[in-house]
Design a protein around this ligand. Structure first.
Ligand code: PEP
Ligand code: MN
Length: 337
């Protein structure tokens, strides 16, 4: 159940509502939004809240929520949530294209890529600085040096940046250096990490785990929202199936389902979904047609020499051509790019 406080509710009224709900033996999770406060009510028997509190001063509405993910559910928030990432709106009419290398490899590599992303019409630069790899002996990223190169690329091009946080102890560093914190697929259920991101209030992109259900993804988002952070972008990045031709199987139905179930923006990472560069343009177009609010695409100045995920990285020319096609598609479905 969600108790929505009116815009005019005073801190005293909010406090009184919280104490009253707790007096029924229920748990409260207030989220103090910019415009309104909403209170999640958790517990078995909530009938007393409905029976006695409907006319309480400061309460606008009491909404029963059937889904286990309360704040991520569209039941709580029927309109799309539009997230502001350093001036870029994600989840509105504009489709957000985030592109860049899998890993930041050098200053030149990320600066050149950032210039190309900007020129082609992308709006966010991606690049991993801390790279969790399947093998501990593979390139693990440049670490803080990589974050500094990303910051320099942002400074020069004005593109906000997205990069993956793997260790909750680095949260302050990431809030300083990055505009969106990426939660990698393998960390989707790292609840300590999710809670830290929730407390930071920083925009986050949450990837679906390779073996996670749609509901698991929404419950992971709930861990972040529960701490008061609604700035979450959900990301479909392919799931494990029996198919081996592609790296993972892109679950496009998840895009449409997530848009129905949740008010949060949904983007697709076609690169990790299929792992094969020549399939990525088609999957990018399909993702946008299915209703995705954006893409997270790996590109590289020289994919053959990439230290990480070269086979799925688009070269600059292919990415630029894809952007032309996406622009036409966006116009056809009444969106901007
Ligand atoms: C990445 O975006 O570089 C990455 C490691 O993705 P995922 O967590 O989806 O495997
Ligand atoms: Mn990658």
């Amino acid at each position: 159940m969600i108790v929505v406080m009116s815009q005019e509710a005073t801190p005293e009224q909010i406090e009184a509502v919280l104490r009253k709900i707790e007096s029924f033996g229920l748990q409260t999770h207030p989220i103090y939004g910019v415009q309104k406060t909403v209170i999640g009510v958790i517990g078995d028997d909530k009938t007393k809240v409905v029976e006695t509190m409907a006319g309480y001063s400061g309460i606008e509405q009491i909404i029963p929520i059937l889904k286990p993910y309360k704040f991520a559910s569209r039941e709580t928030h029927p309109q799309n949530t539009v997230i502001d990432v350093s001036g870029i709106a994600i989840g509105g009419d504009k489709i957000a294209i985030m592109a860049g290398p899998c890993a930041v490899e050098s200053r030149e590599q990320i600066l050149n890529t950032a210039r190309l992303v900007k020129m082609a019409g992308g709006c966010i630069l991606r690049g991993g600085a801390y790279k969790p790899r399947t093998s501990p002996y593979s390139f693990q990223g440049l670490g803080e040096e990589g974050l500094k190169y990303l910051a320099e690329a942002r400074e020069e091009t004005g593109l906000p940046v997205i990069t993956e946080l793997t260790d909750p102890r680095n949260i302050d560093l990431f809030c300083e250096y990055t505009d969106i914190i990426q939660v990698g697929a393998r960390n989707m259920q790292n609840f300590v990490l999710l809670t830290e991101i929730g407390r930071s209030g920083h925009p986050a992109l949450l990837k679906r785990g390779p073996s996670s259900k749609i509901e698991d993804l929404l419950l992971a988002a709930e861990y972040i929202i529960k701490e008061g952070n609604l700035n979450i972008i959900l990301c479909e990045r392919g799931i494990s199936t029996f198919e081996t031709y592609t790296r993972n199987t892109l679950d496009l139905s998840a895009v449409a389902a997530l848009k129905q179930l949740s008010h949060l923006p949904v983007v697709v990472d076609p690169s990790h979904s299929v792992g094969v560069a020549n399939l990525i343009p088609a999957m990018s177009m399909a993702s946008i047609a299915a209703g995705a609010d954006g893409l997270l695409v790996e590109i590289h100045p020289n994919p053959n020499a990439a230290l990480c995920d070269g086979p799925q990285s688009l070269d600059f020319e292919t990415f630029t051509n894809l952007m032309h096609k996406l622009r036409k598609l966006a116009a056809a479905i009444g969106r901007d790019l």
